[in-house]
Design a protein around this ligand. Sequence first.
Ligand SMILES: Nc1ncnc2c1ncn2[C@@H]1O[C@H](COP(=O)(O)OP(=O)(O)O)[C@@H](O)[C@H]1O
Ligand SMILES: [Mg+2]
Length: 261
Amino acid sequence: MSRGRRGRAKATPATGALLVARGVRKTYLTQAGPVEALRGVDLVVERGAFVAITGTSGSGKTTLLNCLAGLDRIDAGTVQLDGTDLHDLSDAQLSRWRARRLGFVFQHSNLVPVLSAVENVELPLLVARRADHRAARVRAIELLDRVGLRDRAHSRPSALSGGEQQRVAVARALVGGPAIVWADEPTGSLDTETAHTVMELLRALHAEGGTLLVVTHDASIAALAQRRVGVRDGMVVDDDLTAAIGDAAASTAASAGNPRR
Ligand SMILES: Nc1ncnc2c1ncn2[C@@H]1O[C@H](COP(=O)(O)OP(=O)(O)O)[C@@H](O)[C@H]1O
Ligand SMILES: [Mg+2]
């Protein structure tokens, strides 16, 4: 598959889909031999969806998120996100595009320790030169307010609890108005109660129209999403959405006196 050629945004098919992944494969080459981490994944995510990617450790969840969000390259297939074929972009185009259009939350908040909460949140806007200092500060304070931490704006990460740090990371992910927020085990290092507070925050973003993809191995966290996609051995093995469509098709077929299978 060609890499690094100049990619132009292509129109997303008129399905309301924000993400369309087809036949995505990813193999890691290790000293012990090739590891097929993704073995042909198809996934369509509608605008405004809240999807949990679930599966046991090593099933391929992180690899899937990284490949769908353009943090890592794929070996085969296509990923179209908000009308752009990610893997047709050069590395430089892709990283600019990601910075402009996507927000990320990881297991560890990865805040810059020497910066205050508000400085951490405004940083992506300043690095991408998307706002001057004054506008970035106003926007960052709005986001801290949104995650309930306006009064901690000038605290350094070390003065915040793990849950508060993760809420700052959520504010930072949102500051640029991303098309999708991606989160990889965002509650993985939090206690159960704090984990649910962070998930409630993500749920509220979804309720306001945001699109979220959250990777988790924790079923109680996944239960808070609108749709669950199960991954095993690098493949999608269940999907609430296709299960629902399957049920509807089966009941339509049954009521027509023509049960399938
Ligand atoms: N950078 C890497 N190099 C080699 N193998 C990797 C790398 N990252 C992940 N893997 C392997 O790919 C498989 C899927 O890993 P991963 O996507 O991290 O799963 P999960 O996030 O579900 O725990 C595992 O077998 C893992 O060991
Ligand atoms: Mg992982």
